[in-house]
Design a protein around this ligand. Structure first.
Ligand SMILES: [Zn+2]
Length: 249
């Protein structure tokens, strides 16, 4: 059962291919193919590689665990409600430009650019996954944006990995103010209990290994609440896969 939006998204991609001239989303230079990045944009990306916290994926300055299963202090002090989180790139000027273009400028084809990065960063997670679930937008925000960027990422990942995506499985039970200018504490309060598993999906997800998909991991407040909602409704392991990760000193 994969209800939803495959037809809509496929049509969307084809339409985007026809009408948009191929330009790099960071530098604006003309490129050969839709979704390609100019060399300068590639140089600005900072891919996350070992060493990093084996739980939350936060990169370490140096390998204190010698490639082992080390977790950061924050995860040791308060284990998160997800089993593990991974992100492809650090959130910096270049990845911010890409993600903003993807979110707000109808650059839906970028999902196909990002997909190999997500597959690489989330290789171990995706191998175990029974289901992909995008972090939902509230329906009002969905109306103004017209599409949910996390659902597009999950859709493309699903097509390429064969793991089903369930874009309607999680929903926001209330509208939450935009998190842009909130502190970590405010973000956690802002999204507390804001998500629920749709009753039609509870059976489908029971005991299943789920990978939550989103564009940016900032403080983890949103994905932690999503993970709690999934666990509460009976999902098994919940993993988190995001395109970018905000790195705090
Ligand atoms: Zn950690």
């Amino acid at each position: 059962m994969n209800p939803g939006n495959s037809w809509f998204y496929n049509t969307f991609f084809r339409f985007a291919d026809l009408v948009l001239p191929p330009r790099c989303s960071v530098t604006g230079e003309i490129v050969d193919r839709q979704g390609m990045l100019a060399p300068q944009a590639w140089a600005g990306l900072d891919f996350i590689t070992d060493p990093y916290c084996k739980t939350c994926g936060m990169p370490f300055e140096y390998d204190a665990f010698d490639g082992g299963e080390g977790a950061c202090m924050a995860c040791l002090e308060q284990p998160p409600p997800f089993a593990a989180a991974r992100s492809a790139v650090k959130y910096n000027d270049t990845s911010r430009a890409l993600i903003l273009a993807f979110k707000h400028s109808d650059k839906t084809h970028m999902a196909r650019t990002f997909s190999p990065w997500l597959r690489q960063a989330g290789k171990n997670l995706l191998e175990k996954a029974d289901a992909l679930i995008p972090v939902p937008l509230h329906r009002w925000r969905l109306l103004s944006r017209r599409y949910n960027q996390a659902a597009l990422l999950a859709h493309v990942l699903s097509r390429e990995t064969g793991v089903p995506s369930y874009p309607l499985a999680l929903s926001r039970t209330r509208a939450t103010p935009s998190q842009g200018h909130l502190t970590a504490g405010e973000r956690h309060r802002n999204v507390r209990q804001a998500f629920a598993v749709h009753p039609a999906y509870v059976k489908t997800l029971e005991g299943k290994t789920v990978v939550l998909v989103d564009d940016v991991y900032t403080t983890g407040a949103t994905v932690k609440e999503c993970a709690k909602a999934l666990r509460k409704s009976g999902a098994g392991h919940v993993y988190v896969l995001t395109l970018a990760r905000v790195i705090r000193e």
